[in-house]
Design a protein around this ligand. Structure first.
Ligand code: ATP
Ligand code: MG
Length: 197
């Protein structure tokens, strides 16, 4: 509207309009990808592409990626020795990214986000911890519902549709795994994915 009303001669305005358009396109792409994922998952039995993946290496890649993109938080990865899991790498990556994106949105500047993993007997765990605003206990059981967001007032600046965790939950279910959320208001949140080896 700005552009069509004032034309493109005003440089400042054009810049502002372009940046709005860019942001909206990004949000719409993000939403569309999430809706497409849900639609695909419902209509077909999603065929998992399971391969043997070095889990710590995968996490190191994610760690480097976020360290580069997000300069507002400090990142920590626990020193972890090599083990393999039989997973759909693309989907698990998508799940980990969605969890870290939440940590970014709901953690104040300069605070820490920690990524780690651990191999147990027949399963392994991937954990993402943040020192963010936390989630009140009563909301935790509902977070996997589609479009569920905790109190719009606290999340109005962050954007989002409440789809991220519902998608993470389906990805974990497809792998016959479990997801756990531990959180304390004003202290932080830890999300644990427990996946069979
Ligand atoms: P989308 O992921 O679709 O962009 P979203 O981030 O709001 O939107 P979910 O990822 O499903 O949706 O998360 C649901 C709600 O859970 C969020 O709105 C937020 O209130 C709360 N939440 C999730 N992760 C965290 C976290 N690490 N710290 C605090 N609150 C969180
Ligand atoms: Mg999210």
């Amino acid at each position: 509207d700005l552009l069509s009303q004032w034309g493109i001669d005003n440089k400042e305005l054009t810049k502002e309009a372009l940046s709005s358009i860019k942001e909206e396109v990004f949000n719409m792409t993000d939403l569309m990808e999430k809706l497409l994922f849900i639609a695909r998952e419902e209509n077909t039995r999603y065929k998992l592409n399971l391969t043997n993946v070095d889990i710590p290496s995968l996490l190191k890649r994610v760690y480097k990626e976020f360290k580069m993109i997000d300069k507002k938080h400090t990142y920590l990865i626990h020193n972890i020795s090599e083990f393999h899991g039989f997973i759909d790498e693309k989907l698990i990556l998508q799940a980990i990214r969605a969890i870290i994106e939440n940590s970014i949105k709901y953690t104040p500047k300069n605070k820490q986000i920690t990524i780690s993993c651990e191999k147990k007997k027949s399963y392994f765990e991937i954990k993402v911890s943040d020192k963010g605003i936390g989630i009140p206990k009563k909301h935790i059981p509902k977070l996997f519902n589609r479009f569920y967001r905790v109190d719009e007032a606290r999340t109005k600046d962050t954007g989002g549709n409440g789809l991220g965790l519902s998608i993470v939950k389906s990805i974990v279910d497809m792998h016959n795994g479990h997801i756990f959320i531990d959180s304390e208001v004003n202290k932080g949140t830890t999300i644990t994915l427990k996946l069979p080896i």
